[in-house]
Design a protein around this ligand. Structure first.
Ligand SMILES: Cc1ncc(COP(=O)(O)O)c(C=O)c1O
Length: 415
């Protein structure tokens, strides 16, 4: 927060009434459907109800205890078991529940660093080699962990190139990472070729499937031809997959999976010599709401394979509609994607103005800074009524841009 946005407002002497609080919150909340994309990724109303119910029931329980209180441990482990069952696991594949893709990727880097400490003691400052499109949570985690991220050029379709990865590996490399898919181009990197490079070099291979983890298995079942990226690919040692994206579970919820259970030992940090006794938790957080663990269990149990398949089918139909209708607007181009999210840009070079125009109509959009594009974080809660309004507004904004009545270009950003 910059100094000019800092609010100086001390804690009030007398509390507000619940009624006044509800009114205030209702007043500042961005209404639907305009906040839709910023609230992604939710399932349809019934799925949201299930998640909300379970979340509220367990909101005050402390996830701190998930490694040893049986009622909580069982639920967390059932979430892991349901998740890993989608990834062509080995007999001992397992995982951990985390707060999101950032923590899942952080956990992968941390585990690889600990693994390398044991297996590659000659490494001085560990680095990770990954395609250019690797999510910024890797650079963030690397900063915390004092590691480096080396990025490599993409092919003309926005996918990583195994040969470039091989060329970038050096004596301090401990991990190769790639995405299934990337956020940037929604492309799946050539995981089999990249994992082979990693295996040949004796390195840890991580797949960031934060976006695709809980949808690609169902898209594949529906006949989409996707590059294999999960544990069926030899050499893949860990996978991050976000429950709070296409798992349709309430935030904060993600999973980090380990190919074999003996890799999980590198995840845990046990402080054994503290006067409080053994301090060993499931992940990075200390106290955390157990609400999201129970909510994830509830949503996954409610949907089952059939439910996820139905929502994936629904998503494909909406994707086709949006691709068709956005491309029908003069100058606008939807990008070809392997999975999700959807991105489009204006061939007239006014994507920034388009973005700003949508913002002024109330739509909170995510976007890409370079090359400029507007992102549609499509989820199964986006129905025909929402699409009708969005497409009407988009057509109006595009028309205004063409007529020279565009807004000043907005600063397109992802976060
Ligand atoms: C490919 C990828 N990895 C990681 C993340 C980080 O996820 P989160 O925002 O849940 O921390 C994202 C978020 O969009 C992502 O797209």
């Amino acid at each position: 927060m910059t100094s000019d946005t800092r609010i100086v407002k001390p804690l009030a002497q007398t509390g507000m009434s619940f009624e006044a609080i509800k009114q205030h919150l209702a007043q500042i909340q961005v209404p639907e459907p305009h906040a839709h994309f910023a609230r992604a990724f939710r399932g349809p109303k019934d799925v949201q109800e299930v998640g909300k119910y379970a979340f509220q029931q367990f909101m005050s329980d402390n996830g701190f205890f998930s490694l040893y209180l049986p009622y909580m441990q069982t639920i967390e482990q059932e979430v892991i078991a349901m998740g890993v069952s989608l990834l062509h696991p080995t007999a001992t594949s397992t995982g951990n529940f985390t707060s999101g893709g950032t923590e899942s990727n952080f956990s992968a880097l941390h585990a690889a660093k600990e693994w390398a400490r044991a297996k590659r003691p000659q490494v001085r400052k560990p680095n990770v080699v990954a395609p250019f499109t690797i999510h910024p949570s890797f650079q963030k985690a690397a900063r915390y962990l004092d590691m480096d991220i080396i990025t490599t050029d993409l092919d003309e379709n926005g996918r990583g190139i195994a040969k470039n990865i091989a060329a970038a590996i050096n004596a301090d490399t401990i991990m190769v990472a790639a995405s299934a898919p990337t956020w940037h181009y929604a492309r799946i990197d050539p995981i089999p070729a990249i994992a082979k490079v990693a295996a040949d070099a004796g390195l840890w291979m991580h797949v960031d499937a934060c976006v695709g983890g809980y949808i690609s298995p169902f898209l594949e079942e529906l006949g989409e031809k996707l590059t294999p990226w999960d544990f069926r690919v030899p050499g893949v040692m860990s996978i991050s997959a976000d429950l709070h994206k296409y798992g349709y579970c309430p935030k904060p919820a993600s999973t980090i999976f380990w190919r074999e259970d003996d890799l999980q030992q590198y995840h845990y940090v046990a402080v054994e010599d503290h006067f409080l006794g053994l301090y060993k938790l499931a992940g990075f957080s200390g106290s955390r709401s157990a609400g999201s663990i129970f909510a994830a269990w509830a949503v996954m149990s409610y949907l089952g394979r059939e439910g996820y398949l139905r929502l994936a089918r629904q998503l494909l139909v909406m994707k086709q509609r949006l691709v068709r209708e956005v491309n029908a607007i003069e100058g606008l181009r939807m990008w070809d994607v392997d999975v999700m999210p959807l991105h489009f840009h204006s061939e007239h070079g006014d994507t920034g103005a388009l973005y700003q125009g949508l913002l002024e109509k109330g739509w909170i959009m995510l976007g890409l800074h370079h090359p400029e594009a507007i992102t549609i974080t499509l989820d199964a809660a986006f129905g025909d009524a929402e699409a009708d309004l969005f497409m009407k507004d988009l057509r109006d904004v595009a028309q205004a841009c063409r007529a020279g009545k565009a807004s000043k270009a907005g600063d397109i950003r992802y976060a």
